[in-house]
Design a protein around this ligand. Structure first.
Ligand code: NAD
Ligand code: UDP
Length: 324
């Protein structure tokens, strides 16, 4: 049993946006990190500066496969393996649902054998197109079970159910964070998420693509804040689910105007059709995260966007990007 070996940490989805930041944070805290990723949406370039670190190993591997014996050395497991951008997960719905469901199952079996604590990254998408606002953890959600987004939403909901089943019946040590839209450096410039799309479009002088009338809202959390929430949840003995998100709510038109102002861009706004089942409003109630973990976001949207714009300026200096 490795529950008393929290120093070795397994991170799945390690080459992705949040996963790569998490690996860095864990190494900085002195952990040994075993990183796993099938590189479907991730990029080893995100891990380049970690590859020489003696506490870091990387394996190209699917989370749905039988875990290797080495993986049972981990006392803690962070499961992030799943495409997160709507453009990506809708291109590969089978892989998406299997990543969530089979991935959670494999890691729960592993944790049951090894005694590891498993943190699963769930999502605000479990609330679907919510009828309650802001969303509290005790809201059951309003999800289309077989629509364009269901491979992601229902995959994550099934994973939550499986975590609770393994906890109740088999005593596995689990916890889950419902992450709301997170942004920051290393968002993939071509994966179609709104923050990267708008910044890339603004910096390249292209039209900013507003889907629908732009009145739909999201609440954007800077990646450092999200990471801090995940680490606090892992360090706590809590189960959750707990919302990790920034309660500052903005329309997509407001976001576009802010990006134009911060980049100094003269790009125009163009309106395009709203994708199917696109949630109209989304904002976390973070009372539970505050009371349970003493967590709340610290980075204001403008500051986080400045840092993200700085990152993309460097990236785009070298190449031009077509957004999804
Ligand atoms: P991302 O797409 O950048 O990273 C996901 C990583 O998982 C990628 O590196 C990808 O290659 C890898 N992956 C996908 N399927 C896999 C599989 N079957 N086996 C192994 N690796 C696999 O996404 P992200 O934004 O970093 O999100 C990380 C996690 O956080 C995801 O589980 C996502 O659902 C969750 N989340 C993210 C957000 C957000 O706003 N970024 C919001 C809610 C939840
Ligand atoms: N969106 C947009 N223009 C874009 C990309 C996205 O207006 O170029 C909208 C999208 O329709 C959604 C919101 O921005 O209402 C957030 O989209 P994203 O894909 O980033 O995340 P999610 O829908 O999963 O919250």
């Amino acid at each position: 049993m490795n529950a008393d070996n929290p120093n070795t940490v397994l991170v799945t989805g390690a080459a992705g946006f949040i996963g790569s930041h998490l690996c860095e944070a864990l190494l900085a805290r002195g952990h040994r990190v075993m990183a796993l990723d099938n590189l479907s949406t991730g990029d080893t370039a995100h891990l380049e500066r970690l590859l020489g670190h003696k506490g870091f190993t990387f394996q190209k591997r699917d989370v749905g496969l039988e875990p290797t014996p080495e993986m049972s050395q981990a006392g803690r497991v962070f499961n992030l393996a799943c495409p997160a951008s709507p453009a990506h997960y809708q291109q590969a719905p089978v892989d998406t649902v299997l990543s969530s469901v089979l991935g959670a199952w494999r890691l729960l079996e592993l944790a049951q054998r090894s005694g590891a604590r498993l943190l699963h990254t769930s999502t605000s998408e479990v609330y679907g197109d919510p009828e309650q606002h802001p969303q509290r953890e005790d809201y059951w959600g309003h999800v289309n079970p077989n629509g364009a987004r269901s491979c992601y939403d229902e995959g994550k909901r099934c994973a939550e159910a499986m975590l609770m089943a393994y906890r109740q019946q088999r005593g596995v040590d689990v916890c889950m964070a419902r992450i709301f839209n997170t942004y920051g450096p290393r968002l993939s410039p071509g994966d179609g998420r709104v923050v990267s799309n708008f910044i890339v479009q603004a910096l390249q002088g292209d039209d900013l693509t507003i889907y629908g009338d732009g009145q739909q809202t999201r609440s954007f959390c800077y990646v450092d804040d999200t990471l801090r929430g995940l680490l606090l949840l892992m360090d706590s003995g809590e189960v959750g689910p707990v919302n990790i998100g920034n309660p500052g709510e903005h329309t997509m038109l407001e976001l576009a105007e802010m990006v134009l102002r911060l980049t100094g861009s003269r790009s125009r706004l163009v309106f395009m059709p709203l994708p199917q089942d696109d949630p109209r409003r989304r904002c976390p109630d973070i009372s539970l995260a505050k009371s349970m973990l003493g967590w709340q976001p610290e980075v204001a949207l403008e500051d986080g966007l400045q840092r993200t714009i700085h990152h993309f300026r460097g990236l785009l200096g070298a190449r031009s990007v077509t957004v999804a």
